[in-house]
Design a protein. Structure first.
Length: 371
């Protein structure tokens, strides 16, 4: 019995040491990935919006790994791609993390789409070109190559490293605050020496693998009110035209779009706006009918903050639905003084808007402006 117990203990210790070595190796390599700062928009000579994350460029073929990427990361990527090329769904699932619930997610995806990996045999080689680290995740930029070294596509893989490293299916998860935040802070911009000098938001907090989003207030009170005018006038136009809109019947969308036109850049019936709803949290996608309903029924709106983007200014304002229900909102306003819907934003301005909508950034700004 004593021999059996000793043998079991030794096996447990070896298992624990193996897991510990994987975790420590990932942590050590994370420390070797530099914290880089990028500016997404400038206000004159000063940065108005910045992102920071541990990130570096790499140039490594997956079948010829080197020390630029943690061995635990390249190992699981090799397992995953080998299984994917063979369309071996059981082995594919085994490479995904249970800890972040990715395994059940990928199994469900493959159940709904049995041919998800059917053409993956065409990927003959994989080249890694970027490594970023945030929280317990590594984001890995990859390029796929087919026969004759023909480049097929670029992609990003997510690897979750807790006790061990496994593939993650959380990249497109709209409900995961870390992934939403990570998708913003890894965005490339103009290299700067440090984050913007205004307010910075770190997530996860108290971690040497945090991502950082920074923003600086722009303009003065008069400029804020000038940009806010489009929002204020749009709301008033909706209020003034409620009877016409309410009785428009099948023409309701056309009437709303016509009402928006003086204050909205190239309004379209399919435009989607992100604003809070009463008795809700965060931002919600509103079609033009919902936009009319929300702005026409809000009790009061008031300007709070202006942040300069590249081609628009982001105007933050308070929406008061009742004495106990007040929400933070923002809209983009162009140089022509008209509101610019998100679909029309230049790419980097679109990323900035996406950042403001993440739960991490939105809650922080709301707590600062509306404590």
């Amino acid at each position: 019995m004593a021999v059996l117990i000793t043998t079991v203990i030794r096996r447990v210790l070896r298992w624990a040491m193996a897991i510990s070595s994987v975790s420590l190796a990932c942590q050590a390599t994370a420390a070797n990935v530099p914290l880089v700062h990028n500016c997404l928009a400038f206000d004159g000579q000063n940065c108005s919006v910045s992102v920071s994350v541990r990130k570096k460029s790499v140039s490594m073929w997956l079948d010829q790994p080197d020390a630029s990427v943690p061995e635990a990361v390249t190992s699981v990527l090799k397992e995953y791609y080998a299984a994917a090329r063979n369309n071996d769904t059981a082995k594919i699932a085994d490479t995904f993390s249970v800890a972040d619930k990715s395994r059940s997610k990928i199994l469900e995806e493959m159940r709904k789409n049995p041919g998800k990996y059917a053409r993956f045999y065409q990927v003959k080689a994989v080249k890694l070109n970027m490594l970023a680290s945030i929280g317990l995740y590594y984001l890995v930029g990859v390029e796929w190559y087919g026969e004759g070294s023909k480049r097929l596509a670029g992609w990003s893989e997510l690897v979750h490293c807790a006790d061990d490293c496994k593939m993650s299916a959380q990249m497109m998860s709209a409900s995961d605050p870390l992934i939403n935040f990570a998708n913003v802070v890894v965005y490339p911009g103009e290299s700067i020496q440090q984050p913007v000098g205004g307010h910075v938001i770190e997530y996860p907090q108290s971690s040497d693998r945090s991502g950082i989003f920074g923003y600086q207030a722009s303009g003065n009170n008069a400029q804020l009110k000038a940009k806010f005018a489009a929002v204020k006038e749009l709301r008033q136009a909706f209020l003034d035209n409620q009877d016409i809109i309410a009785n428009a019947g099948d023409d309701i969308v056309a009437k709303i779009v016509a009402t928006m036109s003086p204050y909205w850049n190239n309004p379209n019936s399919t435009d989607v706006t992100y604003l809070p709803r009463p008795n809700s949290t965060g931002m919600h996608a509103l079609n033009v009918i919902s936009l009319n309903a929300v702005l026409a029924n809000v009790q009061e709106i008031s300007p709070l903050l202006l942040i300069q983007g590249n081609y628009v200014d982001f105007v933050f304002f308070k929406m008061k639905f009742s004495d106990t229900d007040q929400r933070l909102a923002f809209l983009a306003v162009g140089d022509n003084g008209k509101i610019v819907p998100q679909i029309q934003l230049e790419r980097t301005d679109g990323v900035i808007a996406q950042a403001f909508q993440t739960s991490v950034v939105y809650r922080d700004i709301q707590q600062r402006l509306m404590p």
